[in-house]
Ligand binder design. Structure first.
Ligand SMILES: Cc1cc2nc3c(=O)[nH]c(=O)nc-3n(C[C@H](O)[C@H](O)[C@H](O)COP(=O)(O)OP(=O)(O)OC[C@H]3O[C@@H](n4cnc5c(N)ncnc54)[C@H](O)[C@@H]3O)c2cc1C
Length: 320
C-alpha cells in the first residue's frame, strides 16, 4: 500500500493553512491509489495538533524539547531516520521557508528525487505526475515519479485545505527521537512581523495599487475606494519599496499570495512576479493606461483608462 507522508508546519500552537492544503493533496492521491496518509508533527507538547490532522489515517508525533521551535538541524535530524524507516511513496513538504529549507536538505542526504513548486499532483498508471509552476508562473513543468520514495514541495493555495480538514480522528503514534542530543544550533527568538496591520491573505476584496498610483499621497484615494467596497489596499513591490505601504501589503513572489473574491489592479503592469501572487483571485479587474500591459492577460475585465478617473467614477457610483 502506498504511503503519503505530510510534514506539518505550525506556529505558536496553530497548524498552518498550507499544512491542511498538503493534507488535502495527500488525501486525494491516497484515495485515488488505495493508499494511506501519514501526518508527521514535530515539536514539543504538540499532541493536540496531531488530532487536528483529520484527513490523515495516522499521525506520527516526534516530541522533544529541542523541537519546541523550528530549526533546520533539529528537524532534519528528527525526520531523516523517520523517512528512512518508512520509505513513503511520497513525502509532501510545503513550498514555504521551512519546506524549502528541509526538503532539498533531506533529498540530498537520502538521495531521493525532489520536485519543488508543485501546484498539481495526480496518480497515473502507477506513477505520480507532478506539475510545477516555474519561471514566475510562465512555464508549467510536468514530472513523472515512477516509483518511491520521492519528495515534493507544494505551493500555497494550490490544493483544497477543506479536504485536509475532513475525515475521522487519525490514530496517533508517539515517536521517541534518539538523534537530537548535542545540536549545534539553538533557537533564540521569534521576530514577529509588523503588527496592527491588515492580513491581505484573508481579504475578500483587494484594491491593489502599482507604480501608476504615482505618489504616497494618492494612496488615500485607494483607501477610500477599498473602504467603500469593504476591502483592503494592497500593492505591487515598487509601492512597498518606496515605503508608501508596509511590506505586509505586498502581493507577489516576494510578498503574499492572495486569493480574494475581487482583485482590482490599479496602475499595475502585471509583471510575472506580481501575477504569481494574485492570478488565482476569483475576479480580476485591471485598470491601466497601456492597452498592452500584461496585466490584461490575466484580468477577467480590463479598462484602458486613467486609474484616477475610474476610482472617482466608482466612488461616485458607490456613494449614490
Ligand atoms: C526576484 C524578484 C521578486 C519580485 N517580487 C515581486 C513581488 O512580490 N511583487 C511585485 O509586485 N513585484 C515583484 N517584483 C518586481 C516586478 O518584476 C515588477 O517590477 C513590479 O511588479 C512592477 O510593479 P508595477 O506594476 O507597480 O510597476 P510598473 O511595471 O512600473 O507598472 C506601472 C503600470 O502603471 C500604469 N500606469 C501609469 N500611470 C497610470 C494611470 N494614471 N492609470 C492607470 N495606469 C497607469 C503603466 O501603464 C504601467 O503598466 C519582483 C522582482 C524580482 C526580480
Amino acid at each position: 500500500m502506498s504511503t503519503y507522508f505530510v510534514i506539518a508546519e505550525h506556529l505558536q500552537g496553530v497548524l498552518t493553512e498550507t499544512t491542511f492544503e498538503a493534507l488535502g493533496a495527500a488525501r486525494n492521491l491516497a484515495d485515488a491509489t488505495g493508499g494511506q496518509v501519514v501526518g508527521v508533527v514535530l515539536g514539543h507538547e504538540v499532541s493536540e495538533l496531531a488530532a487536528q490532522m483529520a484527513a490523515a489515517d495516522k499521525v506520527l508525533v516526534v516530541d522533544h524539547p529541542s523541537l519546541a521551535h523550528y530549526s533546520p538541524e533539529g528537524y532534519v535530524k528528527a525526520l531523516e531516520p523517520l523517512l528512512q524507516e518508512h520509505r513513503p511513496r511520497l513525502a509532501i513538504f510545503q513550498n514555504t521557508a521551512i519546506g524549502m529549507d528541509l526538503a532539498p536538505y533531506l533529498a540530498a542526504r537520502l538521495d531521493w528525487p525532489l520536485v519543488a513548486y508543485c501546484n498539481a499532483l495526480r496518480a497515473e498508471n502507477g506513477a505520480i505526475v507532478t506539475t510545477s509552476q516555474i519561471y514566475g508562473g510562465k512555464v508549467m513543468a510536468e514530472c513523472r515519479l515512477d516509483d518511491g520514495p520521492a519528495m515534493v514541495t507544494v505551493l500555497a493555495g494550490a490544493f483544497p485545505a477543506d479536504d485536509g480538514r475532513a475525515g475521522n480522528s487519525p490514530s496517533v503514534e508517539q515517536v521517541t527521537p534518539s538523534t537530537l542530543n548535542g545540536l549545534h544550533t539553538r533557537f533564540l527568538q521569534l521576530n514577529e512581523p509588523e503588527t496592527g496591520d491588515v492580513d491581505i491573505t484573508k481579504a475578500d476584496v483587494i484594491v491593489a495599487v502599482g507604480r501608476g498610483i504615482q505618489s504616497e499621497d494618492n494612496i488615500e484615494v485607494a483607501e477610500e475606494l477599498a473602504q467603500a467596497l469593504g476591502g483592503v489596499v494592497a500593492a505591487s513591490r515598487p509601492v512597498v519599496d518606496a515605503g508608501w505601504l508596509p511590506r505586509t501589503r505586498q502581493v507577489g513572489k516576494s510578498g503574499q499570495k492572495v486569493k480574494p473574491k475581487l482583485y482590482l489592479a490599479l496602475g499595475i503592469s502585471g509583471a510575472p512576479e506580481h501575477v504569481e501572487g494574485m492570478k488565482d483571485a476569483e475576479l480580476i479587474i485591471a485598470v491601466n493606461t497601456d492597452p498592452n500591459a500584461p496585466i490584461f492577460d490575466v484580468a477577467h475585465y480590463g479598462v484602458v483608462a486613467d486609474l484616477f478617473d475610474i476610482v472617482d467614477a466608482l466612488l461616485e457610483t458607490l456613494e449614490k
